[in-house]
Design a protein around this ligand. Structure first.
Ligand SMILES: NC(=O)c1ccc[n+]([C@@H]2O[C@H](COP(=O)([O-])OP(=O)(O)OC[C@H]3O[C@@H](n4cnc5c(N)ncnc54)[C@H](O)[C@@H]3O)[C@@H](O)[C@H]2O)c1
Length: 354
């Protein structure tokens, strides 16, 4: 049992980039954390340091199946979903199912346990926006039949489900629309701007810029994002969102490339490629709603966040490490198949010992 005052928290997608930082933070605050992940884009290495902690358990499971979590649940952070285009487009039908069935299964867990639940939604619900910056009231301009639709429409449907569960079942829901986030533990090969540029620069390979590099992005350091997610989760029940969480400092992709080149001292040159289909031209969050509802705003400068991200990737590039395939089988509870009664019992009993 966790010490009094602490909560039982489920983090789906907890072995991924954002989820693993969230698990770290919650465990170290004294909460009992159950990380649920199928290791599709996440890595057990991300949570390995927590694996022997008495307040942490890892459950290898797919959110497209009903979630069998025994014991009380007070909070659910629903983060399970591949987040970068190459990964969510690799199995687009699977991505839609993860967004939609994953939301239903997480919401059912919230309904049956009385837990409060937060959805990691995305700025991609705005599509390629006609207005700039995008406030939460903007309904978006998503191409429903394009290659990004599996993710964008899946996340839009998940938002709809969250508010329907609130209206129909009275579930306490929170929806965060997350804008580009970066930091240590991003995957090297995920096609996201910062990880791509940093890895290419560290290897002195050409930096791939799409279009002329004048498209804009805004990048939020992962610790700033976690502050926002936690504040939203613990906010008054009337604060449901959707709330934009991101860093409003807008920079061109070319400016990012130049910053990375300067910080790494790389010999890489810039290589220009055609823009991918439906790539948003501009992206910048309007965060006044989050600032007024939560008193939140990002604090970490891009230059500082880049430095720690570069330090992380410098180690990775020097010493490539284990992938999800090498997960420690003793520490992983595999419930990818529909769990048997025996397995459900195991779920309630396995935890760390430290
Ligand atoms: N990183 C960003 O910039 C960003 C921006 C907007 C929204 N988000 C959202 O935040 C969440 C986390 O993103 P991230 O950047 O950490 O991505 P990530 O790919 O690193 O993490 C996602 C995690 O979900 C797991 N997962 C995927 N499908 C699953 C399934 N069917 N069942 C169980 N686990 C599954 C993956 O293995 C991985 O550990 C995602 O929902 C994403 O849509 C992220």
């Amino acid at each position: 049992m966790p010490p009094s005052g602490s909560l039982n928290i489920v983090v789906t997608g907890g072995a991924g980039f954002i989820g693993s930082h969230l698990c770290d933070r919650l465990v170290h605050k004294g909460h009992a954390v159950t990380c649920v992940d199928n290791l599709y884009t996440g890595r057990f290495d991300n949570v390995r340091p927590l694996s022997n902690h008495r307040n942490f358990r890892f459950v290898k499971a797919d959110v497209r199946e009903p979630l069998a979590i025994e014991g009380p649940v007070d909070r659910i952070y629903n983060l399970a979903c591949p987040a970068s285009p190459p990964h969510y487009q690799r199995d687009p039908i699977g991505t839609v199912k993860t967004c939609v069935l994953g939301a239903i299964h997480a919401l059912e867990l919230a309904r049956t346990t009385g837990a409060r639940i937060l959805q990691a939604s995305t700025s991609e619900v705005y599509g390629d926006p006609d207005i700039h910056p995008q406030p939460e009231s903007y309904r978006g301009a998503v191409n429903p039949v394009g290659p990004r639709a599996c993710y964008d429409e899946g996340k839009r449907c998940a938002e709809a489900l969250f508010f329907d569960y609130r209206r129909v079942h009275g579930v306490s829901v929170k929806v965060a629309r997350i804008f580009n986030t970066y930091g240590p533990r991003m995957l090297e090969n995920d096609g996201r701007v910062i990880s791509n540029f940093v890895v290419q620069a560290l290897r002195n390979q050409p930096i791939t810029l799409y279009g002329d590099g004048s498209q804009t992005r805004s990048f939020c350091y992962v610790e700033d994002l976690l502050d926002g997610l936690e504040l939203l989760m613990e906010s008054d029940d009337t604060v449901t969102g959707p709330l934009n969480l991101g860093n409003p400092r807008e920079v061109t992709v070319k400016e990012i490339a130049d910053m990375v080149l300067a910080q790494t001292g790389s010999r890489s040159r810039l290589a220009y490629h055609p823009l991918p289909q439906d790539d948003p031209r501009r992206r910048k969050p309007e965060i006044t709603a989050a600032a007024s509802a939560l008193g939140w705003q990002p604090r970490i400068a891009l230059e500082d966040g880049l430095r720690s991200t570069i330090d992380y990737f410098a180690l990775k590039v020097a010493t490539p490490t284990a992938t999800a395939k090498h997960a420690d089988s003793n520490a992983v509870i595999d419930v990818t198949a529909r769990p048997s009664r025996k397995r459900r019992t195991a779920l309630s009993t396995v935890g760390g010992s430290a």
